[in-house]
Design a protein around this ligand. Structure first.
Ligand code: FEO
Length: 616
C-alpha cells in the first residue's frame, strides 16, 4: 500500500524508510533507520526528483503510481547517482518508457557506469544555471560537486522557492510520520544525527560545501528538500547556520571531547581524572571509549567540540587498534581547526603519543599541546600533577576574558555597553509619509505591548527625518527584515538622511498600506501599519506608542536579529593596509585610519558617533 506525504499543493514526498538497515554505506550504524527521499512535482509536466535504494523499491513504485493519479511521468531529475538514490532508475524507465532523464554530463557518465540500459534515447542534458520550464514551475540546475560525489547537482524551483539539495542538509534516522523538521523537536532529537550524517558523509568536503552555500545565498529559498531526513520549511537558519560552522571546521561548542583506548582500564583512569579536573574548572567534557562507541559518533563529536584529547595505550609498538582506526578516520574526514592534547601509555617502549602526533600533524590547523602525559602502565600519585598540568594548560584556553563578570564576583557599579548588546533586537525599516514625501530609516526597537487592542512601541532617534514625519503625521509602517536581507538595504535606508535623498529611488512599484505609507516588500517577512496614540520624550529618542491598524505576513523566512546582522550580513571590517592603525565603526564597518578618534567623530557612512567605534 502506498504511503505518501503532501509537501505543497503540487509536490508530494514519495520516498520510503528503511529501519532494518544495519550499516549505511556498509560503515555507519543507523539504529533509528534512514529515509530515502524522492519528490514528485505534478505541474503541466510531471517531474520526479531522484529515486531510492533498492531495499524500498516496491513501496516507492506504489507511491509514484498513487501520486501520478494515472498521469504519465515526463521527467526524472537525477541529482546524485549513489545507488541509494539511483537504484530504481532502470525499473522506472521500463515502467515509463517515454520519460526524459534530466541530468548533467557527469551524472550521465556515472549512470552508465552503474547500470546497463539504453539511456541515450532518454537523456535531457543540463548544465550549470540551465532551466527547465514544467508549466507553472521553472527549475534551475546548480552543480554541487563533491557534496557528496563529484556528479552531484541540486535543483532550485524558483516558482515555489524550493531547493532540492541532494545529500546536503540530510539526516540519519527514518521519518516517523513527520516529514517537516518543524514537526519534531529537531535540536533535541535529531541534531546529533544530522551532525553525524554531515561529518561522516560530506565532512571531508568543507570547501565544496562552502561553495554551494555561497551559491545558495543568492537564492530566495523558502524550503529545502534533501534526499535523507526532514524537509525544512521554516527556521531554515537553524540548519544552514550549522552547515556554515561545519563546512569551516569551526566547533559548535567550547568544551573537551576525550577519546580513550584502554586495555586494562589504566588509560581510562587517566582520562577520567583529566575530565574531573576540567569539570572542576567549569569546562564541559564528554568521554568516549573508542573500543565501544562507533567511530562515526566520535567523528561527529570531534566536529562539535573545540578541544580534543586522545588517550591511548601502546599496542604492538603502535597506537591501540581502535584508536588508530579512529585517528585515521578523523584525518580522512579532514578534521581541522582544533586544540589537541595527548595522553600515552606503555609498559615498555611507549610510542602511541608520538604516533598520534604524527597522524594529526598532517591535518590542517591542529594545535597540539606540548605537555603530553606519558604513563608507565598505571598512573601513580606522583604523576597526578601531570594530569593537573594538562588540565591547567587546556583550562587556559577557557579563561574568562577581562570585563566579564563571573557568578561569584561582586556586581560592578557601571553600565557596560557590551552587556547592553546582549539584548536581542530585530532590524526593521520604519517608513512614513508627509505630503508627497516618502521616507524610511532603519530601527532596532519595535515591541508589542498589548493584545486588545494590538499596540506596539517603537524607539526612534530624533536625528532621523522619519522621526519628524511621524511626530507630524502620527502614521508609520514597520517592515520586518528577514535573514536574507542584503547589506545594501541597510545602506539604502540607514546611511543617508531622507532630508536630501529619495530613499525609495529605483525601488520599483510603490506598495502602500491603506494609511498611504509605503512599505518594503522585498527581504521582509511581515508588515505592521500603525497610528500613534502617545509619545514619550526620551532625550535623544522618542518612544511612540501606536495602535496597529493592519499587519500581514510576506514570507516564512526568520526575522533578522541584530546579532545575525553582525555575524552574517555586515561586511567584516578590512584592517588598514600596512602598519596603519585605525578604528572601525561597529554599526556599518567604516574604518577611520589614525592613532586617535576625536570624541565628537561622526561616522561619514552611518552617522553614528565615536562611542560606536572600536580600535582595530
Ligand atoms: Fe545518500 Fe551520497 O547518497
Amino acid at each position: 500500500m502506498y504511503c505518501i506525504k503532501k509537501v505543497t499543493d503540487d509536490l508530494v514526498w514519495v520516498g520510503a524508510n528503511d529501519r532494518r538497515l544495519a550499516l549505511f554505506e556498509g560503515v555507519y550504524s543507523v539504529p533509528t533507520g534512514v529515509s530515502y527521499n524522492s519528490y514528485l512535482l505534478t505541474d503541466e509536466k510531471t517531474v520526479l526528483f531522484d529515486t531510492v535504494d533498492k531495499a524500498v523499491r516496491q513501496r516507492f513504485l506504489e507511491n509514484i503510481e498513487e501520486a501520478l493519479k494515472g498521469r504519465k511521468l515526463d521527467y526524472l531529475v537525477v541529482q546524485h547517482v549513489e545507488p541509494d538514490h539511483s537504484a530504481v532508475i532502470p525499473e522506472l524507465i521500463r515502467q515509463h518508457p517515454e520519460i526524459k532523464i534530466v541530468c548533467s554530463a557527469r551524472v550521465l557518465e556515472f549512470i552508465k557506469q552503474f547500470y546497463d540500459f539504453d539511456i541515450d534515447s532518454h537523456i535531457h542534458l543540463v548544465e550549470e544555471n540551465e532551466t527547465l520550464n514544467t508549466g507553472k514551475h521553472t527549475l534551475h540546475f546548480v552543480m554541487a560537486p563533491m557534496v557528496h560525489w563529484p556528479e552531484v547537482m541540486m535543483t532550485y524551483d524558483s516558482t515555489a522557492k524550493i531547493l532540492f539539495s541532494a545529500d546536503a542538509f540530510g539526516c540519519f534516522g527514518a521519518l516517523n510520520g513527520a516529514l517537516f523538521a518543524d514537526e519534531v523537536d529537531f535540536a533535541k532529537d535529531y541534531m546529533d544525527e544530522t551532525r553525524r550524517y554531515y561529518s561522516n558523509i560530506v565532512g571531508k568536503y568543507g570547501v565544496q560545501v562552502e561553495s554551494v552555500l555561497d551559491k545558495a545565498s543568492a537564492l530566495n529559498i523558502e524550503m529545502i528538500c534533501p534526499l535523507h531526513g526532514f524537509v525544512w520549511r521554516s527556521n531554515l537558519s537553524e540548519i544552514i547556520s550549522k552547515y556554515m560552522l561545519w563546512s569551516k571546521y569551526e566547533p559548535e561548542e567550547r568544551g573537551v571531547m576525550i577519546a580513550y583506548a584502554s586495555v586494562y582500564g589504566n588509560t581510562e583512569n587517566a582520562a577520567e581524572i583529566l575530565a574531573c579536573r576540567l569539570r572542576d574548572k567549569g569546562i564541559k567534557t564528554v568521554i568516549f571509549d573508542v573500543s565501544v562507541t562507533p567511530a562515526s559518533e566520535i567523528v561527529s563529536a570531534a566536529f562539535k567540540w573545540s578541544h580534543l584529547v586522545f588517550a591511548s595505550t601502546t599496542y604492538n609498538a603502535g597506537i591501540f587498534v581502535t584508536m588508530e582506526a579512529l585517528l585515521n578516520d578523523l584525518a580522512a574526514h579532514n578534521i581541522q581547526n582544533r586544540r589537541v592534547a595527548i595522553i600515552e601509555n606503555g609498559s615498555w617502549a611507549a610510542t602511541s603519543g608520538s604516533l598520534i602526533r604524527e597522524i594529526l600533524g598532517k591535518c590542517e590547523k591542529i594545535n597540539i599541546l606540548e605537555n603530553n602525559v606519558s604513563i608507565l602502565s598505571g598512573l601513580k600519585a606522583a604523576q597526578v600533577s601531570d594530569i593537573e598540568s594538562m588540565a591547567e594548560a587546556i583550562g587556559a584556553d577557557f579563561a574568562v576574558p577581562a570585563g566579564v563578570v563571573q557568578n561569584n564576583q561582586a556586581v560592578p557599579n557601571t553600565v557596560d555597553p557590551a552587556a547592553m548588546f546582549k539584548l536581542s533586537y530585530g532590524l526593521f525599516v520604519l517608513t512614513a509619509r508627509d505630503g508627497n514625501k516618502d521616507n524610511g530609516c532603519i530601527i532596532n526597537t519595535v515591541m508589542q505591548i498589548t493584545v486588545t487592542p494590538v499596540k506596539i512601541t517603537i524607539g526612534v532617534n530624533k536625528a532621523n527625518y522619519t522621526h519628524d514625519m511621524i511626530l507630524k503625521t502620527g502614521k508609520f509602517n514597520v517592515s520586518v527584515l528577514s535573514e536574507g536581507v542584503p547589506f545594501r538595504v541597510f545602506q539604502q535606508f540607514g546611511f543617508h538622511s531622507g532630508k536630501d535623498t529619495d530613499k525609495f529611488a529605483g525601488s520599483g512599484e510603490a506598495l502602500r498600506t491603506p494609511n498611504g505609507v509605503r512599505y518594503v516588500s522585498e527581504w521582509t517577512n511581515g508588515v505592521i501599519s500603525a497610528e500613534v496614540k502617545e509619545s514619550v520624550d526620551c532625550g535623544t529618542h522618542t518612544l511612540f506608542i501606536a495602535e496597529v491598524n493592519q499587519a500581514f505576513s510576506l514570507s516564512r523566512e526568520p526575522s533578522v536579529t541584530y546579532q545575525y546582522y553582525f555575524d552574517n550580513i555586515k561586511p567584516k571590517p578590512q584592517p588598514p593596509k600596512g602598519n596603519k592603525k585605525g578604528f572601525v565603526c561597529k554599526i556599518c564597518g567604516y574604518v577611520h585610519e589614525g592613532d586617535t578618534l576625536p570624541d565628537d567623530f561622526i561616522c561619514p557612512l552611518c552617522k553614528h558617533g565615536a562611542a560606536d567605534f572600536e580600535r582595530i
